[in-house]
Design a protein around this ligand. Structure first.
Ligand code: GUN
Ligand code: ZN
Length: 446
């Protein structure tokens, strides 16, 4: 092995080893002056610069950026790549928003060239926002899923994605069939699932746009490919829930539709889950199915306030997601800010340490990816970001008055956005470098 296989990053470093306890500091590691060693794209070591020097590391060899905070890349557990340009579409709640804005936009993705350009742009938006892994909906067109995986492969990003399955209640040109979705999914899975850093998620859009036959096909695929993921939407909007009752009169509740077809489990991620009944919560816990909390989307579409404390107390894995384009920002910082406000409206608090845990190791755990990403354990894939805490004069001012790490992180998540992401590294390689932000030199005044 040559010396050039190893890179050393000397800076402020934060990561989580478990759910953090703000009182004791358990579950997290923070270094004011730390070194992250990366070898062949994986974490080799993490420690204080002092300890590393004592063990023989030449600190002169490090890339030294004391003005930044280095963290694991953010993870987004629910996002739609074809909806980048749907962001900020005015005036509708879920079902009208789908019909008036989303479906017409997704139609454009039948063109593989269009889809390839959009996939490339989408992945760049993620990186600019410090997000290095996401669980992604494509469109009903298999070619749009191929385009997405090809783009992610080129950028060597760890991604979970799947073709939308949808055979009713949408424009005819956007519909597949149980048979065609079965064939498309099998081909996509064979080609892309566990291909490098890519994994496949079965993606029935939601129960109203899939016939019982298509949900049965989905269940069969889920059983046929152990280790595959499943993503869909659940209990987001009251009109949607009423529609489910009329479409599936025999089902006990919304979740029961998915349950009946065998779609629940620890690799199933349900977007939203805002209006779950007690019985649905119990069943989610029994099956260890996850909820993706999408605060900017839930506010923007007027869907409701997720009672995160209730779901977590019951034992449901809750992850953090943008839900672009119902959501209004790619930034997990902005998402944390809105999550905080959603919880405040319900008398709950999102501690900043918990928030940053969710955006990194927590989401890795919720997506069953914590064996390879989410923190800086030795051997994990080196996807990480450098954060400038003072990207605007106001942020710099607020940071200069913040005393503790928690205070600094809270100001970051409350005021921050993509402009705070200075650099993003994929498997140890620089993949994004911001050129338009001020330096963070004012921020750390200790
Ligand atoms: N429910 C079904 N499809 C969608 C979608 O694209 N976005 C959101 N937010 N909810 C959905
Ligand atoms: Zn969604």
């Amino acid at each position: 092995m040559t010396a050039s296989d190893v890179s050393a990053f000397r800076t402020r470093i934060l990561h989580f080893t478990d759910v953090p306890d703000p009182l004791t500091g358990a579950g997290m590691e923070y270094f004011d002056d730390g070194v992250l060693l990366v070898e062949n794209g994986r974490i080799k070591a993490l420690g204080s610069a002092e300890d590393m020097a004592r063990q023989g590391l030449d600190l002169q060899q490090c890339r030294h950026t004391p003005e930044y905070l280095l963290m694991p890349g953010f993870i987004d557990s629910h996002i739609h790549y074809p909806q980048t340009s749907v962001i900020a579409s005015y005036g509708e709640q879920l079902l009208d928003w789908l019909n008036n804005y989303t479906f017409p936009t997704e139609l454009q993705f039948s063109d593989p060239d269009f889809a390839a350009v959009a996939a490339d742009a989408f992945l760049k938006f993620l990186l600019q926002n410090g997000t290095t892994t996401a669980m992604v909906y494509t469109t009903v067109f298999a070619q749009s899923t191929h385009a997405f995986f090809s783009a992610a492969e080129k950028m060597n990003m760890r991604m979970i994605a799947g073709k939308v399955m949808m055979d009713r209640h949408a424009p005819a040109e956007l519909l597949d069939t149980p048979a065609s979705s079965n064939a498309d999914c099998r081909e996509l899975i064979e080609l892309w699932h566990n291909n490098g850093r890519l994994q496949y998620a079965l993606t029935p859009r939601f129960a109203p746009t899939s016939s019982p036959e298509q949900l049965a096909v989905t269940g069969q695929l889920y059983r046929d490919y152990p280790g595959i993921y499943l993503q869909t939407h659940l209990s987001e909007n009251q009109q949607e829930i009423a529609w489910i009752k009329s479409l599936y009169p025999g089902a006990r509740d919304y979740l029961d539709v998915y349950d009946y077809y065998g779609l629940l489990g620890p690799r199933s991620v349900f977007g939203h889950g805002i209006h779950l009944s007690d019985a649905e919560v119990v069943r989610m816990v029994q099956t260890q199915s996850g909820v993706a909390f999408c605060p900017t989307s839930n506010l923007f579409l007027g869907s409701g306030l997720l009672n995160m404390a209730r779901l977590e107390a019951a034992g449901i894995p809750v992850s953090l997601a943008t839900d672009i384009g119902g959501g209004t920002s790619f930034s997990q910082l902005r998402t944390l800010a809105e999550a905080y406000k959603v919880l405040q409206l319900q008398g709950q608090c999102l501690h900043p340490l918990k928030g940053f845990y969710m955006a990194t190791l927590g989401n890795a755990r919720a997506l069953q990816l914590d064996h390879c990403i989410g923190n800086f354990e030795k051997g994990k894939e080196a996807d990480f970001i450098l954060i400038n805490l003072g990207a605007t004069p106001l942020q710099a001012l607020r940071q200069s008055t913040a005393q503790s790490l928690s205070e600094k992180l809270f100001a970051l998540m409350t005021l921050g956005d993509e402009h705070n992401i200075a650099r993003a590294y994929i498997m140890g390689k620089l993949a994004f470098r911001r050129t338009d932000s001020t330096q963070g030199a004012l921020v750390w005044m200790d």
